[in-house]
Ligand binder design. Structure first.
Ligand code: NDP
Length: 494
């Protein structure tokens, strides 16, 4: 039987025969204000320049709210409030009390989890299934985990005296807004630092909801200051002379600017930047399980994931079978309304991001690569991209080397483990990777040879607050998460 016959026999027709009734999550319990001011020193304050910008729902293109555009005077105000809180209360109160506040924040987010999940999906476009089952539970887990460290720092770093660094300036991206905020705020607070954090321009709303929650939790004013603005607001934070530590997640391009900007100062910094992970499937891998892992690796959060498995490297002996099964599985993915509980792939976060993805695909077509997109029907309004495979690529193609940050997977084959490792390592990035095989020895050997901060074996995109996360090469500097994630927020002295 030829591969084509087999494909016809075994392919299941899903989309035109089986349709799910929609199961939309109601947004009734999300109370949004028409306008959000900056959260500085425990109160909402209008920006000095009087400027605001709109936050748009990428699935409907409707304006959800408008938020303040912080200028340099506002950044200065926020840093001053953070410094005052650091000197006045936060670095002085007993560590156990700091821990109690963080536990309280964690519990209160858990109580309002549904509201946070719905808002996150509305503002970012991610499916409610993911914001409900992954983002918000992970946010809670991060606060909970770091609350536990607050009064145990002496045990974490025996023989030295851990001291907070002071005021942390934190800049986060749009792909996991509240989760990235939790990754940054929780360890900063646990170690006795105060915070000025800026949300990404396209996803400011869940952070302002968090600001309301911090106020309700009676966190001392100025301990966490939340502001919104564009790239120049981020640059103001980086350049502010009274910031002691920068924590940044975003593009490698901006990460490099930040590194230049802090060069020659005594500011500490961590940079969590881009990635172009190889998901390597060996000939002895459990193929069906690998297909699930590949789908999760690249289509989770529309592929807007720094550690996404965006390059499939498959052993040539099983490539036909694997790609056939992958295409069948992709046809079952439901693309559409992020608030529908059946949705697998939501909206692309913004128009500029959609245009960026489309530019990569247009270039792939021009270069003669083979594009496969599922037959999904897309809503008329909003920003959408069907799950996409790009085959017939070579290592030098831009779609293989650069971060597309969308639901786009390139496919390459290999013959030997050494060739797989060489292809996996041949990008400027080194954030993550995946290995699929039933041989433990191969996992250890290949895992050791791939230069990346996180390697998953026979799974992908699994996160845990106890586990450090970060990159090699152009994927960044420093680690977030786990005990390692405390270090950037501490001075260790004898
Ligand atoms: P950016 O790196 O531009 O943005 C990340 C954050 O930094 C945002 O809050 C942004 O503000 C802010 N920022 C922008 N310019 C500066 C600056 N000069 N100094 C300080 N802060 C700044 O990423 P984009 O949102 O523009 O996305 C572009 C690409 O970056 C994506 O296509 C993707 O490839 C990659 N990316 C990687 C992420 C990761 O997790 N590794 C996350 C997000 C993006 P503002 O939102 O206002 O621009």
């Amino acid at each position: 039987m030829t591969e084509k016959d087999l494909a016809q026999r075994t392919s299941l027709r899903f989309n035109d025969l089986w349709s799910y009734d929609s199961a939309p999550e109601s947004s009734d319990n999300v109370q949004l204000m028409d306008r959000y001011d900056l959260f500085i020193d425990g109160t909402f304050q209008p920006p000095e320049n009087g400027k605001y910008f709109k936050s748009i729902n990428p699935a409907t293109e409707e304006v959800l709210s408008e938020v303040a555009d912080a200028g340099n005077a506002d950044v200065d105000k926020a840093v001053k409030a953070a410094r005052k809180a650091y000197n006045g209360t936060w670095s002085r109160i007993p560590a156990k009390e700091r821990g109690k506040y963080i536990y309280r924040i964690s519990r209160m987010i858990q109580e309002r989890a549904r509201e946070f999940a719905i808002l996150e999906s509305m503002d970012s476009g991610k499916p409610i299934r993911e914001s409900r089952d992954i983002d918000i539970p992970q946010v809670v887990a991060h606060f909970f985990y770091y609350a536990g460290w607050a009064d145990k720092l002496d045990y974490a770093f025996p023989g030295v005296k851990p001291k907070p660094v002071g005021v942390a300036g934190q800049i986060i991206p749009w792909n996991f807004p509240l989760l990235m905020a939790a990754w940054k705020i929780a360890p900063a607070l646990a170690t006795g630092n105060t915070v000025v954090i800026k949300s990404a321009e396209s996803t400011p709303l869940s952070l302002y909801k968090l600001a309301e929650l911090l106020r309700d939790a009676e966190l001392p004013p100025g301990v966490v200051n939340i502001i919104s603005g564009a790239g120049n607001t981020g640059a103001e934070i980086v350049q502010h002379p009274d910031i002691d530590k920068i924590a940044f997640t975003g593009s490698t391009e901006v990460g490099k600017l930040i590194q230049k900007s802090v060069a020659g100062t005594d500011k500490k910094y961590t940079l969590e930047l881009g990635g172009k992970a190889a998901n390597i499937v060996f000939e002895d891998a459990p193929v069906d399980q690998a297909v699930e892992g590949i789908v999760n690796g690249i289509f989770f959060n529309q592929g807007h994931v720094c550690c996404a498995g965006s390059r499939l490297l498959v052993h040539e002996a099983i490539s036909e079978e694997l790609v056939r099964k992958l295409k069948m599985r992709m046809e079952t993915l439901i693309v559409g309304d992020p608030l529908d509980k059946n949705t697998d792939i939501g909206a692309i976060n913004s128009r500029p991001q959609l245009e960026k993805i489309q530019r990569y695909l247009a270039e792939s077509v021009e270069e003669g690569q083979e594009i496969y997109q599922t037959k999904c029907t897309l809503p008329e309004k909003g920003y959408w991209c069907c799950p996409t495979l790009v085959d017939n690529v070579s290592q030098s193609h831009r779609v293989v080397q650069e971060e597309v940050f969308g639901p786009v997977l390139t496919i390459q084959t290999f013959r030997t483990p050494a060739e797989a490792v060489s292809l996996a390592n041949n990008t400027p990035y080194g954030l993550s990777g995946g290995i699929w095989t039933d041989k433990g020895s191969k996992i250890f050997k290949v895992g050791k040879d791939i230069r990346a901060g996180v390697i998953w074996s026979n799974t992908f995109n699994k996160f845990d607050p106890t586990s450090p996360f970060g990159g090699y090469k152009e994927s960044g500097v420093g680690r977030e998460g786990g005990l390692h994630g405390l270090l950037p927020y501490l001075e260790l002295s004898k």
